[in-house]
Design a protein around this ligand. Structure first.
Ligand code: IMP
Ligand code: MG
Length: 208
């Protein structure tokens, strides 16, 4: 099961930062297949153009795998955002668009694809911004849902896995911009990096 990770693990498990595997690559693959099927079923009789939007940067790993499991004609686009750090523990929800969509979303069915939704403040901002551009419908698909820290009242239509407080890396998710290239999702060793995690979670991570 972990064969595809062995290559990475030779060097990376030497690190004192990576903890246990939370979701092995094969488990992620199966889940992505299920999500692709669910989206295919839900949208196959709809007449509008279906546009999937990836939130840069961490979301692109999940995004490209998900797309290949959707058996429909779709278009894709990318949006880049960064969130501002606040002094408090919670994410500020103040979001800046660093790279806007290339296409108009008016009259289209939209699915925003995220790697992880934590407080929900980032996606809440995005939803409000995109809704003002007159899409016909807009839904959220996230690989990971950490609903224990949720602040914004958002409705997630497609969820891969629900997780707890643990900070995770791999399959696009980073810790200080590293570990995105791991095939599986790992928990960070909390003791060694506790201070940093608190800083990251309070800022919802700059540049996503
Ligand atoms: P929020 O939902 O506005 O709190 O922010 C979600 C964003 O925070 C995600 O898109 C990630 O970029 C980042 N993030 C939150 N939790 C984690 C984690 O456990 N690992 C890596 N990034 C995380
Ligand atoms: Mg993100």
């Amino acid at each position: 099961m972990e064969n595809s990770d062995n290559f990475n693990l030779k060097n990376l498990t030497k690190s004192t930062i990576l903890g246990r595997v939370l979701f092995p690559s094969q488990v992620i693959k199966n889940k992505v297949i299920q999500l692709g099927k669910a989206i295919t079923e839900d949208y196959k009789y709809r007449d509008n153009d279906l546009l999937l939007i990836s939130v840069l940067r961490g979301g692109v790993f999940f995004f490209t795998d998900l797309l290949r499991n959707i058996d429909l004609e779709i278009s894709i686009d990318f949006i880049g955002i960064s969130t501002y750090q606040t002094l408090g523990f919670k994410s500020s929800g103040v979001v800046k668009i660093t790279k806007d969509l290339e296409e108009s979303i008016e009259g289209k069915d939209i699915i925003i694809v995220e790697d992880i939704i934590d407080t929900g403040l980032t996606i809440d901002y995005l939803l409000r911004n995109l809704k003002s551009r007159y899409p016909t419908s807009i839904e959220i698909c996230t690989l990971l849902d950490r609903n224990v820290r949720r602040i914004a009242d958002i409705k997630i239509k497609y969820t891969g896995f629900t997780i707890g407080e643990e900070f995770v890396v791999g399959y696009g998710l980073d810790y200080k911009q590293k570990y995105r290239n791991l095939e599986s999702i790992y928990e960070l060793k909390i003791d060694t990096v506790k201070k940093d995690i608190e800083t990251i979670q309070s800022s919802s991570s700059n540049n996503q």
